[in-house]
Design a protein around this ligand. Structure first.
Ligand code: NAI
Ligand code: MG
Length: 331
């Protein structure tokens, strides 16, 4: 198969970590055609538009999108692109790699965050002078979709030897109606997956468990705001932003991006850690069904991390491209 990939480097270190990752993807021998498209601060300064129509069209024509980072225009670029492509599931693996300073060495779970509604629906108002509201939207339709997605993921992971468990996290004791529904729809959907274990925790307790016993989770599913907060904390337990990949998945499109931003403080110095973007490439390979190539990239990266052939933030002395080259060599 030949895959067309829409590559959006964007701003700052996006221009370093994305091309470095494209080199690694080329080394897999998978037949890719990379189609470059522009978005972010630089194109905004040139044209007054942060996310050009042409980029949206290219993204829609391709089999997947690999995105680096935008700077100050991030909301108008990546948040907008997620909406346009209707990627309702935000997938964030939380995995401890050897050689990285992690809370525990056996952490390996995935946070699945609902990406379209909840408190981020964007319905805010000043109802009277000095009184502001934000409306939290939970729909049965979006719940069913995200839970089905989480259970399918647990099924796949079980085949690869993982526990086969989905943990739902919510605040149904306080948000009785909206999260009451969220929790009960979770257990409704669970009935279709008798082979998958289930449990649920309140989000505040979940946050503590993510620190005290992160090794007990397999797939964790939650609503938009809770997932945003939980996943950044969880990334902190496995080495932080330089290590955190993500995927935005919908029924038609897949949009893949490292969690970090454009990092203007280190941009242009060649020291950005490419790991998050390389792991994002691994997620993209799996989405395309190229599991063998994904395994090879992940193994190669593991070797490189263990041998400290890394950028300075991980204790090594290599540049972004040199580190990616060490990975590509081993692929
Ligand atoms: P940031 O993620 O760009 O950087 C935070 C800190 O982590 C910085 O000290 C940076 O040097 C470090 N860092 C990030 N990625 C790294 C990597 N791969 N290797 C080594 N160190 C790394 O977040 P910040 O500073 O809050 O935002 C900077 C710009 O990025 C802003 O303009 C913001 O709007 C944008 N942004 C864009 C995002 C996106 O496009 N998805 C997400 C977050 C922020
Ligand atoms: Mg966030």
């Amino acid at each position: 198969d030949m895959y067309k990939i829409c590559v959006i480097e964007g701003d700052g270190i996006g221009r370093e970590v994305v091309p470095a990752t494209v080199n690694v993807l080329k080394a897999t021998g998978v037949d890719f055609e990379f189609v470059h498209a522009e978005a972010g601060d630089e194109v905004f300064e040139k044209t007054g538009v942060a996310l050009p129509e042409e980029t949206i069209n290219t993204a829609k024509e391709c089999d997947a999108v690999l995105f680096g980072a935008a700077g100050e225009t991030a909301a108008d670029v990546i948040v907008k692109l997620r909406k346009i492509l209707n990627t309702y599931a935000n997938v964030r693996p939380v995995k401890a790699y050897k050689g990285i300073n992690c809370l525990k060495d056996n952490i390996d779970y995935v946070i699945v965050r609902e990406n379209t509604e909840g408190l981020y629906k964007g319905i805010e108002a000043e109802i009277t002078d000095g009184v502001y509201t934000a409306t939290r939207v939970i729909t049965r339709e979006a719940c069913e979709k995200i839970f089905k997605f989480a259970f399918e993921m647990a099924k796949d992971r079980k085949k690869q030897g993982k526990e086969g468990k989905v943990t739902c996290t919510h605040k149904a004791n306080v948000l009785k109606l909206s999260d009451g529904a969220f929790k009960s729809i979770f257990y409704e959907v669970a009935k279709n997956y008798p082979e998958i274990k289930t449990n649920d925790f309140y989000i505040d307790a979940m946050n503590m468990y993510a620190v005290l016993r992160p090794e007990t989770f397999d797939v964790v599913v939650t609503s938009n705001l809770f997932g945003d907060i939980l996943s950044d904390g969880a990334a902190g337990t496995v080495g932080g932003l330089g290590m955190a990949p993500s995927a935005n998945i919908g029924d038609e499109y897949g949009l893949f991006e490292p969690v970090h931003g454009s990092a203007p403080d280190i941009a242009g110095k060649g020291i950005a850690n490419p790991t998050a973007t390389i792991l994002t490439g691994v997620l993209m390979l799996r989405y395309l069904g190229e599991n063998k190539a994904a395994d090879r990239v992940e193994k190669a990266l593991e070797e490189v991390l263990e041998n400290k052939l890394t950028t300075p933030d991980l204790g090594g002395t290599l540049t972004t491209f040199e580190m990616a080259e060490e990975v590509a060599k081993r692929v």
